[in-house]
Structures are given as structure tokens and as C-alpha cells.
Design a protein around this ligand. Structure first.
Ligand SMILES: [Zn+2]
Ligand SMILES: [Zn+2]
Length: 158
């Protein structure tokens, strides 16, 4: 037996999601079978709608996890170093819920089909953010805007 486990891949997580979908299908099939049975048997199935729903939710969460992993793997090498997203134009103005993110700045219609709060920023780095001498981070337009608004660092264009 080997002690090193291979790193999980998005494909592996999608496989788990497919297994969860199959389990949800099986639970729903069982529910249908029970509902065709005698009254006393039929009543034993009352938990199964919820159970199937939870397993479907698990499948969706696994799919979203796989997408996050794939996005991380595809991060460009010149990407901003901040581990959460911003609106590239307006900065720290995002509202994320579930697997959707929108910018709340008036007139900005940007939306993203994933949670940008938990995904590393993939915008190109355009500014040098200097927190202390010798400690600098390369950040995008949106994160430079946010840092400037909060006066947390010296910011210089690259
Ligand atoms: Zn915006
Ligand atoms: Zn950024």
C-alpha cells in the first residue's frame, strides 16, 4: 500500500457528483415503488423526497467544487495575487450568493456564474501594492481600487 494519494482532480469530483445523481435517482425510484404499495408500506416512504433533494444538492455542490478547482488550475500566471474576486471596474462591490455573483455598483451589469468571493482573482495584475518596504503584491485594477479606498497600502502602476 502506498502512502501518497494522488491530488484530487476536477474529473474525480465530477465523478462523485455523477454518483450522487445516480443515488438521488435510485431514491426517487424507491419512493415511486413504495407509493404503489399498500397503504402501510406507502407511508414508510415519507422521508425520501427530502432525502433525494439533499443528495441532489450534494451533487450540485460537488459540481460547483469541481468548477472552482478547474478555474484555479486555469489561473493565468500573470493573475492578481488576491485570493478572492472583485468587479474589475468597481472593486469591492460584489454580492455573492450560492453559485452566482453580481456587482452592486449602479449601472454595472456584470454577473458571474460562480461565487467570486471564494475564488482567487483571475484578473491580470496591473499594480504593485506595497504594504511595507520589501513586501509587495501584484494586484489587478479592481483590487488596486479597493486598496486605495481603504488606504491600506502604497499603490504603484506596474
Ligand atoms: Zn461593477
Ligand atoms: Zn484582483
Amino acid at each position: 500500500m502506498t502512502t501518497s494519494t494522488p491530488a484530487p482532480t476536477p474529473a474525480h469530483v465530477r465523478e462523485l457528483a455523477a454518483q450522487a445523481e445516480q443515488l438521488a435517482d435510485a431514491i426517487e425510484a424507491l419512493r415511486r415503488q413504495l407509493s404503489r404499495g399498500e397503504d402501510t408500506l406507502r407511508r414508510t416512504g415519507y422521508r425520501l423526497d427530502d432525502a433525494a433533494g439533499w443528495v441532489r444538492q450534494a451533487a450540485q455542490d460537488l459540481q460547483a467544487t469541481a468548477s472552482d478547482m478547474a478555474r484555479l488550475a486555469a489561473l493565468p500566471t500573470d493573475a492578481c495575487a488576491v485570493p478572492w474576486g472583485v468587479c474589475p471596474e468597481h472593486g469591492n462591490t460584489l454580492i455573492a450568493s450560492g453559485n452566482m455573483t453580481t456587482c452592486k455598483s449602479a449601472g454595472c451589469r456584470r454577473t458571474w456564474g460562480y461565487n467570486r468571493d471564494t475564488a482567487p482573482c483571475a484578473e491580470p495584475a496591473t499594480h504593485r501594492l506595497i504594504v511595507a518596504e520589501g513586501h509587495e503584491t501584484l494586484v489587478c485594477d479592481g483590487h488596486a481600487l479597493d486598496a486605495r479606498a481603504r488606504l491600506i497600502a502604497r499603490i504603484e502602476p506596474m
